[in-house]
Design a protein around this ligand. Structure first.
Ligand SMILES: Nc1ncnc2c1ncn2[C@@H]1O[C@H](COP(=O)(O)OP(=O)(O)OP(=O)(O)O)[C@@H](O)[C@H]1O
Ligand SMILES: [Mg+2]
Length: 385
């Protein structure tokens, strides 16, 4: 007879043991648990989600089946034992009833149960081995997928940088000639030509801004964002940004105001990058606010920080999509009839720049009512020389 071990602590067992002499566990219960585990695996996967709770009663007929299969009892004896159990309270064990009927001896019963324990133990061992193997395989697959994704991201950002740089170089040539032409350096122009060229220059400027955004995005995606921290005077900084976006606001018939509520005139940050951030937020506010609305740039003290916020009375953003808008290339206007231009990179980069300053970008919005985007950077004591 092969050696039996307790499924819980591996103690060597005698066929007559009902509880484990070492860990004291009830052998019926641990066997039941072991079987549950094994059946869970058989039923489709090793996940505990596939396990169904099993009662002791469910195990007993299996013992009957086993006795039947091994020729210790007949079908008629099994049926009779089941019937007797059904007549009683149902709590009596089938093996006990079969013994009372004289169909099996205690010794036979112990032998069959012991054999059952052994089989379950082997199945458990096998299940554990398979589980370990599965986990190892999945881990290797995940590591490979992660490596591939990292490589792909690197590749994507390299491609974006290369193409953007190429386009930027060509655009610089176009811009210089268009500027020379508009300024009359290459000869006098008719008013219509002048108008056409200044529209061209506007478009070139917008394109240049998009390309600069793309180059900055690709660099930040590679984790190459470096900040050039300086003390910056708030009022001239804010006025310059507003001056840059005023033509677009006027063209759309929007009010553009600023409200400064500050006692600290200086903030600490990367002036160029935060200028770009405010430009993006204001451009979005203008873009997504219908004619007749207003856009406001507020700056206020917040302890030792200065909060910049851009508020509009535009189309707003649904509450459940407020997180999405900061994802790379994400635009909410996904319909085929695109009302608004853009690449969907503005806010992704805005978030990276703001977070690089140790701050968070905050957004509040109500559909049809408007949105407010804000962030706070440290106030600074001294202006940089
Ligand atoms: N002020 C706003 N009001 C309403 N929706 C906004 C506002 N700002 C951003 N969004 C929504 O968030 C999306 C993402 O903004 P983001 O600035 O990243 O991209 P974009 O403006 O579409 O393109 P890009 O800035 O790259 O030119 C926008 O397409 C728009 O759906
Ligand atoms: Mg934008």
């Amino acid at each position: 007879m092969p050696q039996l071990n307790c499924p819980q602590c591996s103690q060597v067992l005698e066929p007559s043991d009902v509880t484990c002499p070492k860990c004291g566990a009830s052998l019926a219960v641990v066997t039941l648990l072991a079987e549950q585990h094994w059946l869970g695996r058989k039923r489709g996967g090793l996940g505990t989600g596939s396990l169904r709770p099993m009662s002791v009663e469910q195990l007993v007929p299996r013992l009957g089946d086993l006795l039947l299969a091994q020729g210790y009892i007949t079908e008629a004896q099994l049926q009779e034992a089941l019937a007797r159990r059904a007549q009683g309270s149902g709590s009596r064990l089938l093996g006990q009833i079969l013994m009372e009927m004289g169909a099996v001896t205690r010794e036979t019963l112990d032998r069959v149960i012991a054999r059952q324990i052994l089989e379950l133990q082997n199945a458990l061992l096998q299940a554990n081995r398979t589980l370990e193997q599965n986990v190892a395989e999945r881990t290797a697959e995940l590591e490979m997928a992660l490596l591939k994704l990292t490589e792909l991201n690197q590749l994507k950002s390299n491609i974006v940088t290369n193409i953007s740089n190429e386009l930027h170089t060509s655009l610089t040539h176009i811009k210089s000639y268009v500027t020379l032409l508009t300024e009359g350096e290459l000869g006098q122009l008719a008013p219509a030509q002048q108008e056409a060229l200044s529209a061209t220059l506007d478009a070139v400027n917008r394109l240049e801004q998009s390309l600069e955004g793309l180059i900055a995005y690709a660099a930040s995606a590679r984790g190459e964002m470096t900040l050039n921290l300086r003390s910056v005077r708030i009022t001239p900084f804010v006025d310059e940004v507003l001056q840059r976006v005023r033509p677009a606001a006027e063209q759309k018939g929007l009010r553009l105001d600023r409200r400064l509520n500050i006692t600290q005139p200086i903030f600490l940050g990367d002036e160029e990058k935060l200028f770009w951030v405010l430009l993006q937020l204001l451009n979005n506010a203008i873009k997504f606010t219908p004619q007749g609305g207003s856009v406001m740039l507020n700056v206020s003290d917040e302890g030792h920080r200065v909060r910049f916020s851009v508020q509009d009375t535009g189309i707003g953003i649904p509450a459940d999509r407020l997180e999405e808008i900061f994802e790379d290339f994400r635009r909410l206007d996904g319909s085929t009839t695109r009302h608004y231009t853009g690449t969907g990179l503005g806010l992704a980069l805005v978030r990276r720049i703001v977070e690089a300053h140790g701050a968070r970008i905050h957004v509040e919005s109500q559909e049809g009512r408007g949105s407010t985007f804000s962030f706070a950077v440290p106030a600074s004591a001294m202006p940089s020389a």
